[in-house]
Ligand binder design. Structure first.
Ligand code: UDX
Length: 481
């Protein structure tokens, strides 16, 4: 990752920025903008988060962000507050970065936080400033918010709203924010475009492509981009289902497809499918909005994309049940990973945690280990057993399941792992392990969409007697301590 800040903003043009909402998106944006040379005030309703950030602690796991937070705080250009009056007074450009989770009992996005941030800010605005939405919202939201804030604000019709979608990936948030592959400005006036150009001057100076557009297109770019990514993942996972039925190998298939430049290999990794706080809820909210607009047919396929993705979890549980001998009751499972992807502690709609929970509900004794997400996972599913280390999770396992492809798991030594478990049976739901190395170390390696090959026989030793009998689990034997 590049550590050099791009060109600093020109002092005479640099707007003072606020960032409303300091979650994964907002905290990163606030830190990055201060790091680039802007005066930034981060705002959140959560006093604890604000205190932590002011003390230099990032309240979630994001590689590289703590160091950049330290630098930004030391520069004196970044502060955090819960005071919206102060924010309204301070900012020339206000970025709204609050969450848009899925509504309970509906596929629609819950816009309460966005509406509240815009209206609470607007009623305090008395001079010409720009309100910029970065959150992912249904098309038409920015236009609706414009009417709303103009009604509320003392500034009236002079108050403008712009939309500037964010494409950052968790785990790469700092890099993606400082060096995005494109910027999109949804604006309704040349003045708003100029304000955004000033707010992103150092990034534009790097030659970052800029698309200036209307509000609806800017909103749509984000929904369309996330839908495309989700579709690509579900496409290869649908092909995996075909492989599962025919004995074909989805890894070789993905490799061959990806070499076609028109297709490309990115987001074509088959496995347990997508999760997290964005892709699942964004495709549902997009589909819901299209139905509201009377054009549901245009994106009806997203329902299938979602269904394929949800099926991955069920098929994974079925495979684990199968390799455990047809019944999970009392089977000790080492669940490696809980986060929705590596380098994140985010467990929102995490396929890993979902699978662990389903195994538990079928009676398995599940020991979950995640290098960073265990605390969050425990908060959501306190009933699962959480191990403090990889070895602890593996201890006595009859089936080992790789659920999130953390580097720690991908580089772990299969022979050493084999010493901890009771049965060397591994299910690689992310196609991330070296199957040959595992087989050579006597593991029975399983993955959806790939032909199953018997493990290389290993000499029987006292501590791993049960694995010599192949994948049949002897539930009566004593577990090693
Ligand atoms: C995503 C978008 O990438 C980002 O541009 C947007 O701003 C927010 O949503 P993020 O949620 O951080 O970012 O995760 P991403 O890296 O896109 O991964 C999403 C999910 O897809 C993960 O669960 C990942 O494991 C899964 N995935 C990804 C696959 O299953 N196969 C792949 O080939 C790629």
């Amino acid at each position: 990752m590049s550590t050099l800040p791009p060109a600093s903003p020109s002092p005479e043009r640099a707007p003072r920025l606020t960032v409303i909402g300091t979650g994964y998106l907002g905290a990163t944006h606030a830190v990055a903008m201060a790091y680039l040379g802007f005066e930034v005030l981060g705002v959140d309703i959560d006093q604890r988060k604000v205190d932590l950030l002011n003390e230099g602690t990032v309240p979630f796991f994001e590689p590289g962000l703590p160091e950049k937070l330290d630098e930004a705080l030391a520069s004196g250009r970044l502060r955090f507050t819960t005071d919206l009056d102060e924010a309204a007074e301070f900012g020339d450009v206000h970025f709204v970065c609050v969450g848009t989770p899925q509504q309970m009992g509906s596929e629609a996005a819950d816009l309460r936080f966005v509406d509240s941030a815009f209206t609470e800010l607007a009623r305090r605005i008395t001079r010409k400033v720009l309100l910029v939405g970065k959150s992912t919202v249904p098309i038409g939201t920015a236009e609706r918010l414009t009417t709303l804030v103009q009604e509320i604000s003392p500034l009236g019709a002079e108050l403008e709203v712009a939309w500037n979608p964010e494409f950052l990936r968790e785990g790469f948030a700092v890099q993606d924010t400082l060096h995005p592959d494109r910027l999109v400005f949804g604006v309704t006036s040349a003045w708003a475009e100029d304000r955004l150009r000033a707010a992103f001057e150092p990034i534009l100076a790097e030659g970052t492509p800029l698309i200036v557009t209307d509000l609806a297109t800017a909103e749509l770019v984000k929904s369309a981009a996330n839908s495309f990514l989700a579709t690509k993942i579900s496409y290869i996972n649908a092909m995996s289902e075909v492989c599962e039925a025919t004995g074909a190998d989805v890894i070789r298939l993905a490799e061959a497809l990806g070499l076609d430049e028109r297709i490309g290999s990115k987001f074509l990794k088959p496995g347990l499918g997508f999760g997290g706080g964005c892709l699942p809820k964004d495709i549902r909210s997009f589909k819901h909005r299209a139905e509201e607009l009377g054009i549901g047919e245009a994106v009806a396929f997203l329902g299938e994309v979602d269904a394929i993705n949800v099926r991955r979890r069920l098929r994974t549980v079925a495979l684990i049940r199968q390799v455990a001998g047809g019944d999970l009751m009392g089977v000790r499972v080492a669940a490696l990973g809980a986060a929705f992807k590596p380098d994140s502690d985010d467990v929102r709609d995490a396929p890993a945690l979902d699978v662990a929970r389903m195994l538990y509900l079928e009676g398995a004794i599940v020991s979950v280990y995640d290098p960073e997400a265990s605390v969050n996972a425990h908060r959501v599913y306190p009933d699962l057993e959480y191990a403090a280390s990889l070895d602890q999770a593996l201890a006595g396992a009859e089936v080992t399941v790789l659920l999130t492809e953390w580097q720690e798991f991908r580089t772990a030594d299969p022979a050493q792992m084999g010493e901890q478990v009771r049965t060397r049976t591994v299910v690689d739901t992310r196609n991330a392990l070296d199957a040959d190395r595992f087989r050579a170390a006597g593991w029975d390696y399983w993955a959806l969409g790939r032909p199953h090959t018997a493990p290389v026989p290993v000499p029987v030793v006292a501590s791993n007697r049960s694995q010599a009998a192949g994948r049949v689990v002897d539930k009566s034997a004593d577990l090693p301590c």
